[in-house]
Write a protein that binds this ligand. Sequence first.
Ligand code: ADP
Ligand code: ZN
Length: 792
Amino acid sequence: MYALVLPDVPGPFRAPLHYSLPAELEPVAVGCRVLVPLGGRKVPGFVVGFDREAPVEHVLPVHRVLSRTPLFDGEAWELARWVADRYLCQPREALRAAFPSEAVSRAVRVVRLVREPQGQAAQDPAVAAVVERLRTGPAPERELLGSADARRAVERLRRAGCVEADVEFLPPAVRPAREAVVSLAVPPERAWELVRRWRRRASRRAAAVERLLQAGEMARADLSRAVGQAVVRGLVQEGVLLERVVEVVRDPLREAFREVSPTPQLTPEQQEASRAVLEALARREHRVFLLHGVTGSGKTEVYLRCAAEAVARGGQVLVLVPEVVLAPQTVARFLGRFGDRVAVLHSHLGAGERFDTWRRLRAGQFDVVVGTRSAAFAPLQRLSLVVVDEEQETAYKQPQAPRYHAREVAVERARRAGAPVILGSATPAVESLWKARHGPWEYLQLPRRVLDRPLPEVEVVDMRAERPRAVFARPLVEALRAHLSRGDQVLLYVNRRGYAACLVCRECGFVPRCRRCAVSLTFHLASRTVRCHYCGQVMQAPSTCPSCGGVELRPYGPGTQRVEEAVRALFPGVAVARADRDTLSRRGAHARLVDALRTGEVRVVVGTQVVAKGLDLPQVGLVGVVAADVALSLPDFRAGERTLQQLVQVAGRAGRGDRPGRVVVQTYQPDHPAVRAAARHDVLGFYEREWEDRRRLGYPPFAGLVHVVLASRSEPAAAEASRALADRLKGAEVLGPSPAPLSPLRGWFRWRLVVRAGDERAAREAVGEALEGWRRPAQVRVVVDVDPVEMM
Ligand code: ADP
Ligand code: ZN
């Protein structure tokens, strides 16, 4: 039997390599980590399978087993291979998503003494100090090479052949947590006798025994705190107490907020939407349903109902949410409904919590996993339903390698498991809605809010008619006054994306765009130029508006801080809170804000998208969108779609209680289709139009895109490399090469290509072929993003 080992080092290893397995290393299973010889070195790798035959004659043996507990199973490896093909990344990068990095042994470069130095070298005090240290064993390079003297000494020893560099493997940084517990080692009658005997003269000993008579077993640390360490030690030594070490679980949900509500009777519409999913569940059929439901239509209740059914049938449910801070109530409702059978996985967990949750998942201890994008890889042997909430969210795309989209990975997993999928949204991705309306996915709809609550009324305010530099136009000020005096809460939404400013005409709202790419041009203040970030075209910034001849073209958009100040100035004494990435970065900050909003302690909240999503607050009567144009001006072909999604989401926060809500949208582009569709609640109309535009301009879902960035410390090298790669691309159209919007970034010059073909497969195959065998210049990094959601 040969082991198939995937080296866990950077390199072009797409297929695992064959190694023989010495008998003394057995048993070795898929998922074990091993050390194998490769190109004269010993490198770590993962066992991904076995083979009876080897393709070559000379097969090297596995050198050592680094960890016997499997980190993943055969199915996880198959999924990793699929991710590697689909997103043009290395299989090892994809495989590493299957387990927490904390579970893996860490490689450390060490220096080892192989013989004592002789003669003059031995006299050097710096050398002597290093040798002294190395006599006690190999030392990590980092520790050893701390000073210039030490570096010189090690170099001298190396030249004399006295030391060797090597790699050692430290055990994983996180291990199961253990704690010592104590219990009585004597029968109760004897224990009572001791309590009586000690009560007077050794009262703390008596107290210790008495406590254990009540509790049975206690953490040694807790008992020590109560009666003193020395007392506990003494009792253990005398054989009165018995000490054992047990494993404890670090549970991130000990104090989690649970929303326990009775299970409501589903409305006829919810029943209708659930029916198809339940049918697929019963038949164990893989079908993908897009659940398109307006905000407050009860989508979450449909997920809960279907999840309950899946669990009742003995299956497991995977629920993806874009970000835990954006969906605190969804998480709380699953916790409320399924209690201890729910695991939550997200990036804010401590290393120990993540590790323990993963181990318990692998042991099959949970029926439901609610998590962010990486949870798409959670170890689930009985997967029978997948839910992706807010499926259009860009947070599902992993921004580093492997650059997967969690929705796509989850659908693929469900396909392999024969499980149905519910993708839920009020504003699906343009591509998703296309697939649901035209196949292969299926379309389910919840067109109304539950309990006949109306959708909020949306008023669009034309900012071109307002005073320059005003934060609020008159209609918004009046609405604020009216709702605050009525005791409502108000949510003010500011979408400020810092990096790329566009120009907007103060007279007519015109935003300069690229003729060819139809994205807005980005304004560069220093050179007073505008630039297309897709095709690279650069032009002098116009001084007058090409559309109306107006003379006031300006960079656009106020930020959260400025809006907060404006509210305080207008309504002194009203409790205002600001919510953006800065104020919410600390753990628990978001939960505190939600709390302050639920109790009514905060009356006005000014925030970015963290407040626009997932909140179900019945007291919010007014939502103000301070500037609806910022998203429109993003240099992105999805700018219209993003604007619609944001407006509908944030408008959906209003009127979720008993009183109807109201929304005021301030904009320089009141006639933009996205703004008009949001105001009229005509979401489908917007998509129809958007599909037409996408088809005409050649954007997804009617084309596939791959974004390739080539980065170098030297600008000419990056430019040169991107031209060379562009020349190799066959069977696809290349936009660019051009400098990326964010260039230079931390000293790296970034050039990019946008590769376009008839569909996603053609585009990625073209890029894969161009990269295959390309001798890329040294000092140039290449980043490949298939189906990019953001191209900066
Ligand atoms: P969505 O996820 O579509 O925004 P939710 O599932 O959050 O909608 O539902 C909105 C509100 O309506 C929630 O407070 C929820 O508890 C309530 N709700 C949902 N379904 C029902 C139902 N069948 N009967 C009564 N209330 C419901
Ligand atoms: Zn262009």
